[in-house]
Ligand binder design. Sequence first.
Ligand SMILES: Nc1ncnc2c1ncn2[C@@H]1O[C@H](COP(=O)(O)OP(=O)(O)OP(=O)(O)O)[C@@H](O)[C@H]1O
Ligand SMILES: [Mg+2]
Length: 360
Amino acid sequence: MYEESADRLVTAAADGEDQAVEAALRPKLLDEFIGQERVREQLSLVLQAARKRGSAPDHVLLSGPPGLGKTTLSMIIAAELGAPIRITSGPAIQHAGDLAAILSSLTEGEVLFLDEIHRMSRPAEEMLYMAMEDFRVDVIVGKGPGATAIPLELPPFTLVGATTRAGLLPPPLRDRFGFTGHMEFYAPVELQRVVHRSATLLDVEIDPAGAAEIAGRSRGTPRIANRLLRRVRDYAQVRHDGVVTAEIAGQALDVYEVDARGLDRLDRAVLDALLRLFGGGPVGLSTLAVAVGEEAETVEEVAEPFLVREGLLARTPRGRIATAAAWQHLGLTPPVQTPPVQTTRGSVPPQPELFPADGS
Ligand SMILES: Nc1ncnc2c1ncn2[C@@H]1O[C@H](COP(=O)(O)OP(=O)(O)OP(=O)(O)O)[C@@H](O)[C@H]1O
Ligand SMILES: [Mg+2]
C-alpha cells in the first residue's frame, strides 16, 4: 500500500514529532477519553464485568483509521484493569518463535497489545489462535523429522489487537475476539474538546472559538487536531502574544495551507484541476494525476479518500466527478447543465448547433 508522506500536515499517520509528544497527550483513563461513546460504553461494561468476576476480560479488537485512539484505548484498558501491558506489533513478529517467546513470558492477567495485527506472519497467526482460545502454545523444538512440539500452558491474559484494516484479518482470527470496537471519525465538537484538553496540557491559552477553528480543519482525527494545535501555537507565539483565538488559528492554518475544511494543497490541486480543466468530470484518474503533476497512486491513495469522504469527489466507472459541494467549496460556478433532448430513440446529449434551426 502507498504510505502517506509524513511531511504532510494533515496526514493521519504519526510522524516523529507526534510520537514524541503523544505520550504526554494520551488520556490515561476511560473517563478522560473523549468521544467514541458507543465503544467506550461497550468497553466499560466488558472491563467492569471482568473486574467483578476477578478474571481477565475477553480479547479485544480495536479497528479504525489511523490516529483515532486505538493505541490510547489499549493503554487505558490495561490501566483500568490495573494490569501491566506488553506492547508489540504484527510486523515485529516475523516468526512463530518470536510470538512464543512473548506469550510464554506473560504474567497472569497481563494485557498484550498487538498493533497492526493484520501484518503478522501466517505461522504466528496460527499460534495465536491456540493461545487466544486455550491459553496454550506448542513450542517446536528441533528441525526436520526429529522436531517435536512441546505444549506450554499460558497464564490467562487479554489480547488487545489493533488494526486499520479489519477487512484483512482472517475470519478465524477475527472470531476469537470477544469484543470488537469500531472507532469512528470524531465530530467537530468532540475534536474541539480534544484540542482544548491538549492546549491545557501544553500550557497554551486558547478560547473556545480558537479550538473550534482547529477542530474544523482536523479531518475528524485527534492526531491531526493535536498536530495543527502545535503549529497554531508556534504562530501565535511568534507573531502574536501566544493566545489562540479563531482569527489567529485561521491565519496560522492559512499559512500552512490547511483550509477551513481540512483540505491541504494537494487536495485542493486535485479538486481545482477536476473543476477548472475538466468541467467537473468525468475524467480518468491518470489524466487527473498528470494535470496536477502527481503519480496516479498519490492522487488515488493520498488525496481522494478524504475528498470522497467529504462528498466533494466521486469515483464512477466513467471516471472521477466533482459534486456540487466541490464547486461551492472552491467558490466556482458549475457550468449550466442543458437537459438532455428527448427523442423517440431515448435521450441524446445536446449537440452544438452547427446550422441555424430554420434550415436556411
Ligand atoms: N478520544 C481521545 N481523546 C483525546 N485524545 C485522543 C483521543 N483519541 C486519540 N487521541 C490523541 O490522538 C493521538 C493519536 O492516538 P493513537 O495513537 O491512540 O491513535 P491510533 O488509533 O493508535 O493510531 P495508529 O493507527 O496510527 O496507530 C494520541 O496522542 C492521543 O493524544
Ligand atoms: Mg496506534
